[in-house]
Design a protein around this ligand. Structure first.
Ligand code: PMP
Length: 283
């Protein structure tokens, strides 16, 4: 995973350089995506591209690609050059290089950096994780996948130091999402509840797929905010993201989630989600 893609060329990590005037470096003025791949096949690629286009549009960053097929070819080539089979792609696009000035520069070309990283060992978390609770201190455009992640870092670090895997953030008494994942509960009737996709959360690709799978299998999904009181009453809870898939949540702060029962619906969704990814490998 030593070869990085930077603005049109494939370079060894030590030669993969970006200007000190990069707006991403100076202002976090950029967006990113994390995309899985398996057997060299990109997973949920079109969904990631749709979100990437939305993020670029919302920040008024010029798209480096007219046709995102060329992006797919670049990433596929990067996977080949690095001799990889599975893992994740990190893709970052910033507004470009310019003298440090808050106003958008004119006539700049975006900077594109792409690299691959491996799948972490999930064996320690696949049976369930503990999540903490924190105030959601982020801005009001969490739907944009911006590289400006300081609030997420601060909260995740705090959570980690307290022994939690993730943090569920609360805004106005309702859970929005995790610092790196979307949050779900399943109520006593077997209905899934998760925060609506609006400016207060990042619309996760995994979230969308899991919701689709649930609905196709007759599980009702309510996209509405839920509170700590709802968590206390819930049957199951789980979180989703590209890098971890569907992971059961067995404890939220000091609330133990139905610890005696196996999370049947979560297990079902996790299995169906894996199948959905595997189908793309054979396409
Ligand atoms: N919310 C936040 C804040 C995230 O950082 C992520 C991971 N990028 C997600 C949700 C999950 O999104 P996805 O399923 O697309 O990885």
């Amino acid at each position: 995973m030593q070869i990085y893609y930077v603005n049109g060329s494939f370079e060894h990590k030590s030669d993969a350089l970006i200007s000190v005037e990069d707006r991403g470096f100076n202002f976090s003025d950029g967006v990113y995506e994390v995309i899985g791949f398996k057997n060299k096949k990109l997973l949920n690629f079109n969904k990631h591209v749709d979100r990437l286009k939305r993020s670029l549009f919302n920040l008024q960053i010029k798209s480096p690609y007219k046709n995102f097929k060329s992006l797919e070819l670049i990433i596929t080539r990067l996977i080949e050059i690095n001799k990889l089979c599975g893992g994740f792609i990190y893709l970052q696009i910033t507004r470009g290089n310019a003298k440090r000035d808050h106003l958008f520069p004119v006539n700049v070309n975006p900077n594109v950096v792409i690299f691959a990283f491996p799948q972490k060992d999930l064996s320690g978390i696949s049976k369930g994780v503990k999540v903490g609770i924190s105030e959601d201190i982020r801005w009001m455009r969490c739907d944009v996948k911006s590289i400006s992640l300081l609030p997420n870092l601060l909260e995740k670090q705090k959570a980690y130091e307290k022994g939690f895997f993730e943090i569920w953030q609360i805004r106005n008494k309702f859970i929005t999402e995790g610092s790196t994942s979307n949050a779900f509960i399943i109520d006593k009737l077997g209905n899934i509840i998760t925060h609506p996709k609006n400016n207060l959360i990042l619309g996760g690709v995994t979230r969308d797929v899991v919701i689709e799978i649930a609905k196709l299998n007759g599980i009702k999904v309510f996209e509405k905010p839920f509170s700590l009181a709802d968590i206390k009453k819930c049957n199951e809870a789980f979180l989703t993201s590209t890098t971890v898939g569907v992971i059961p949540v067995k404890q939220v702060n000091n609330i133990k989630i139905n610890s005696k029962k196996k999370g049947e619906i979560t297990s079902f969704l996790s299995e169906k989600y894996d199948n959905f990814l595997n189908l793309q490998i054979n396409e």
